[in-house]
Design a protein. Structure first.
Length: 148
């Protein structure tokens, strides 16, 4: 598949919502509609740190990457956190995920981000096969404290 990677557009909303549901289903989570609505608004807001790029093949969107570019205390440049990456099951193994990660790696170089980083579940073997082609997992363990 020859992918075009581009910023999400307002006209992508219905497709994005369908992909977003697939992503949430994969992780076994149900988010309140207000969270999904707020996420979409932030994606379209040029002043938001949340960005979304989509992978398009022949006019059809098959995947997305949500990222947050932010300052940090370990480098002088900003870093990019790849928060979510999703490709429709039918398009997996055809280079869509690779194209999204390559685009982000190129954006890292062009924008001068110190690093691009992400995480996935330890048992997500399909994603880890893709990610291992870009870099090896480090030895950090994630802790989460929730407000509720």
């Amino acid at each position: 598949m020859s992918c075009t990677i581009r910023a999400a557009l307002p006209s992508d909303e219905a497709t994005w919502r369908q992909l977003w549901r697939g992503y949430c289903d994969f992780y076994g989570t149900q988010l309140p509609e207000e969270v999904t609505n707020r996420t979409w608004k932030r994606i379209l807001d040029p002043d938001s740190q949340v960005m979304c790029v989509v992978a398009e093949v022949d006019g059809q969107v098959y995947g997305f990457a949500h990222c947050v570019v932010h300052e940090n205390t370990w480098e002088t440049q900003a870093v990019c956190y790849l928060e979510d990456l999703y490709v429709t099951p039918a398009a997996r193994g055809h280079g869509v995920g690779t194209a999204l990660l390559e685009w982000l790696r190129n954006a890292m170089r062009a924008e001068g981000w110190a690093r691009l980083y992400w995480m996935t579940k330890a048992d997500n073997a399909e994603a880890r096969r893709l990610y291992d082609r870009f870099t090896q997992a480090d030895d950090f363990v994630r802790y989460v404290v929730r407000l509720k």
